[in-house]
Design a protein around this ligand. Structure first.
Ligand code: FMN
Length: 365
């Protein structure tokens, strides 16, 4: 029943949507990482609800560091951070114990926690916990940026509307800077917003795909067999609520290619070894090859929809119509963009720490 992930840098996640707070502990973190409050707040703001295309639940989302930080830098001891829950409407959730929402964890949480689980706001299964991951990830993203490693994501598709994909060799990272609704093609972005608007009007929800790029990652990162770059990123991504799949590089598209098309030839470039293409998404043998690491994650349409749907009434033993009230995201993929950046940063930092040691990410006094 562990809620911890990572080997050299381990994150332990805790909290419930309508409990006092959500938070995490980062153990194994380097001393001397600057706590860039502005960067952390910027990432928190991107994830926060209460904006167009997101849940109306609006939280202040200010992370409080309870330990491991002094004078604006990490100490190297465990960092514990919490984010208070201040805007919970718990009455909205009381009926889901008897009538579990299809697609949400109300039923399966009961199988596991035997009725002791807190179902308010989705409890421990809520996307709310990703606020803690975003705060921790932003702290790490700052340190990674200092080492020339940048992580960025965009909305690759919503419904059947598609954005351009990253140029796999030279991704246009700067084009996404500071965007609230990050897409490479603004016209596609407007169409995506329309899909979300329409789904919300119909009391329904929309799914989407996020594409993430890790640029500047040194070659040689990944721990075969079981903690390869792919397996670690995959493990972490699929732990994010509503994420149902991940593909690296050309991913499932590789099935339709020949070896001669899919192979990435090694070439010299500016005194370094690179590959002429990047169909494998910057990872070969589970180890980074020095090219941009590119992967896509799919987020299902939000389970909690106001549109009437059938579910089991566990009291009567019959199926009945359920209309989910409460405040929900019409499209989770939009809010999951900073989450994917954050969890990727945590994975990358863990693997870098394993390779270069615990001091590498911090500054020296
Ligand atoms: C950022 C974020 C926000 C979410 N918001 C909602 C929401 O408003 N309503 C909802 O039903 N699910 C939401 N989810 C997804 C549920 O937490 C998730 O679907 C549920 O726990 C079941 O898990 P599964 O979809 O991974 O099987 C959100 C997930 C994330 C990452």
């Amino acid at each position: 029943m562990k809620n911890s992930f990572g080997n050299a840098l381990c994150v332990t996640l805790f909290g419930e949507s309508h409990g006092d707070a959500v938070g995490c502990v980062l153990d194994g973190i380097a001393p001397g990482i600057k706590v860039d409050v502005d960067l952390i707040q910027t990432e928190m703001e991107k994830r926060r609800g209460g904006k167009e295309y997101t849940t109306p639940r609006k939280e202040e989302d200010v992370p409080v560091f309870l330990s491991g930080v002094k004078d604006g830098y990490t100490e190297g001891t465990p960092v514990c951070l919490i984010i208070r829950n201040t805007n919970a409407h718990s009455a909205d959730y009381s009926k889901f114990r008897d009538m579990p929402r299809p697609g949400h964890a109300d039923m399966t949480a009961g199988y596991k926690y035997r009725g002791y689980e807190d179902l308010r706001g989705g409890g421990h299964f809520s996307g709310r916990l990703t606020a803690a991951l975003v705060a921790a990830g932003a702290l790490i993203e700052g340190a990674l940026a200092g080492k020339g490693i940048r992580i960025v994501s965009h909305i690759e598709s919503i419904g059947d509307v598609k954005d351009r994909r990253f140029d796999a060799d030279h991704p246009e990272i700067d084009a996404l800077n500071g965007k609230d609704f990050p897409v490479l093609d603004e016209e596609a972005g407007e169409k995506m917003k329309e899909v979300i608007r329409k789904a919300a009007e119909e009391k329904d929800s929309a799914g989407g795909v996020i594409e993430t790029c890790v640029a500047g990652l040194p070659e040689g990162i990944g721990e075969p067999w079981f903690d390869t770059l792919e397996s670690m990123l995959g493990h972490m991504a699929l732990s994010v609520p509503a994420c149902k799949g991940i593909e690296f590089g050309d991913g499932f598209g590789l099935a339709g290619m020949k070896g001669s098309e899919a192979n990435d030839p090694w070439i010299p470039e500016d005194g370094k070894i690179r590959t002429a293409s990047n169909h494998c998404g910057g990872i070969v043998g589970g180890i980074s090859d020095g090219m941009p690491v590119i992967f896509r994650t799919v987020f299902k349409p939000t389970a909690s929809i106001a549109k009437p749907q059938e579910t089991l009434n566990r009291k009567t033993g019959k199926t009945e119509v359920l209309e989910v009230t409460g405040r929900h995201d019409p499209c989770i993929a939009v809010r999951a963009v900073p989450v994917m950046n954050a969890v990727s940063a945590l994975v990358i930092a863990d693997l870098l720490t394993q390779r270069y040691g615990n001091l590498w990410l911090g500054e020296t006094k």
